[in-house]
Design a protein around this ligand. Structure first.
Ligand SMILES: [Zn+2]
Ligand SMILES: [Zn+2]
Length: 463
């Protein structure tokens, strides 16, 4: 039995872990590595294994850093099943198509520079057609339904509470009479989520591969999120300005819609129009409506009262470019939720250009912004920022709420670990910058005797 850490080891993106057991090869996640263009290009185009040699892929959730390189895998010879939950499959359908679109644009941009410098033009990592073909290899399973996926390997998905359809992956492995239970956490939610159930505890775990994104950071409490959001919005709208919320199209946007719905119902929100301006977010919202099996009790009750959690008066979902452009001329207070969350692409860039120099306006961040992104620059208080080729002075009020984070913080990760039963003889911390993973490793060593490691990229362990 071997585990090879082929991605998201020592970093947060490009999740890929390869399990060799009983002569079968199973890949957990096939995420896109996101970082400096050249490095990302190199890593995403070359797998450290032959895709055709894999027997199956198991996908924890639809986020691009976990699913985004699947089309490369299937177009380079992988013919087996990709196991996921129902909602993960549906989300992948639109997210991989969107990723292909971004790849095409990126490649065009890169090629402009390459041809100028006499270098050969690049092909995009994968096309929209390849993304669509990849989704045909999905095989979907509900939570808590054990299913054999290879000789001596039984898979069970359990709730991860991170995004719609997100799962922890439980593998019951048998090799030459030896039995081991391996748990891969995927990305772990915080619990007390507006929409989702808490991460489910797992029993009898021998081997644990666990995320550590916020291994050394604490967030505001999730239960404070609604009040904090209300306070920021009320203050911002008193100035009669616009509030721009850059948000991830999947999960964060729907979570915001639901919270705004509840606040509006309770009469706690100023009576202003709310726009969700992102075709991907609008598509994702439709998928959310199709998957009540993923929601927590409260949202269920809401649905039973025949109410749509993702639709209410004042809320406008925008797909058309013309309607999006019309928002530029809007001369009244409004809330505009738009992607991308890190302000690297998407329609939010136009809204920022249009609003960031007016002190009546507010830009509110509710999610993670990776280093070097435009979102990170605005958040940390840069006075001038480049947006789509021009420089802008930041005069709008900049606010940040991290209570909406989709990732467990340090205390929540420790709580998650404590609820896992079994010997937990070997623990591998992945999906974190090194300082975050090592800090969490230290905290775990204080409470547990098992062997706790932070594996290096491309390293392999024998079990
Ligand atoms: Zn995720
Ligand atoms: Zn992730």
């Amino acid at each position: 039995m071997k585990i090879s850490f082929c991605g998201a080891a020592g970093t947060t993106t490009g999740s890929q872990h390869l399990i060799d057991v009983n002569g079968s090869r199973i890949l957990l996640d096939c995420g896109l590595y996101q970082g400096r263009r050249d490095e990302a290009n190199e890593r995403n185009r070359h797998f450290p294994f032959d895709p055709a040699s894999l027997d199956a892929v198991i996908l924890s959730h639809a986020h691009i850093d976990h699913s985004g390189n699947l089309p490369s895998l299937t177009s380079r010879g992988f013919k087996g099943n990709i196991y996921s939950t129902f909602a993960t499959r549906d989300l992948c359908q639109i997210m991989l198509a969107d990723a292909a679109h971004i790849q095409a644009q990126d490649t065009k941009w890169l090629n402009k520079h390459r041809t100028k410098n006499g270098k050969p033009a690049l092909e995009p990592l994968y096309t929209q057609i390849e993304a669509e073909e990849c989704v045909r290899q999905f095989v979907t399973i509900g939570y808590e339904r054990p299913i054999p996926v290879a000789d001596g390997v039984t898979l069970t998905f359990i709730d991860a509470g991170h995004i719609l359809g997100s799962a922890q992956i439980v593998l019951d492995l048998v090799e030459r009479g030896r039995k081991k239970r391996l748990l891969f956490s995927g990305d772990v939610g915080r619990g007390d989520n507006e929409l989702l159930r808490d991460p489910a505890p797992c029993e009898d775990v021998d081997l644990l591969i666990m995320e550590s994104t916020y291994g050394n950071r604490e967030h505001e409490l999730p239960t404070q999120a609604n009040h904090l959001l209300r306070d920021v919005l009320v203050r911002a709208l008193e100035r009669r300005g616009k509030v721009i919320i850059p948000a991830f199209a999947v999960e964060r946007t729907q979570q915001l819609i639901y919270v705004l719905h509840r606040l509006a119902e309770a009469g706690e929100l100023p009576d202003v129009p709310i726009y969700v301006d992102s075709p991907l977010a609008v598509g994702a919202t439709e998928i959310f409506r199709l998957h009540p099996e993923c929601f927590n009790e409260e949202v269920y009750r809401f649905l039973f009262e025949k109410r749509d959690p993702f639709g209410f008066e004042n809320l406008n979902l925008i797909r058309k470019v013309s309607e999006s452009k019309a928002l530029n001329d809007l001369d009244e207070p409004a809330i505009i939720i738009s992607a991308s969350g890190m302000c690297e692409a998407g329609r939010v860039l136009h809204h920022l250009r249009n609003t960031i120099e007016d002190p009546r306006n507010t830009v509110l961040f509710v999610g993670y912004c990776a280093e070097h992104t435009l979102g990170a620059k605005i958040r940390r208080g840069d006075q001038e920022v480049p947006i789509l080729g021009d420089t802008f002075r930041v005069r709008a009020d900049i606010q940040t709420l991290d209570s909406f984070s989709g990732h467990a913080d340090r205390s929540e990760l420790l709580g998650y670990f404590d609820r896992i039963g079994g010997r937990k003889e070997r623990i591998f911390l992945v999906h974190g910058e090194e300082d975050q993973s090592h800090s969490l490793a230290e905290a775990l060593r204080e409470r547990h005797d098992g062997r706790i490691e932070v594996p290096a990229w491309k390293s392999r362990v024998e079990i």
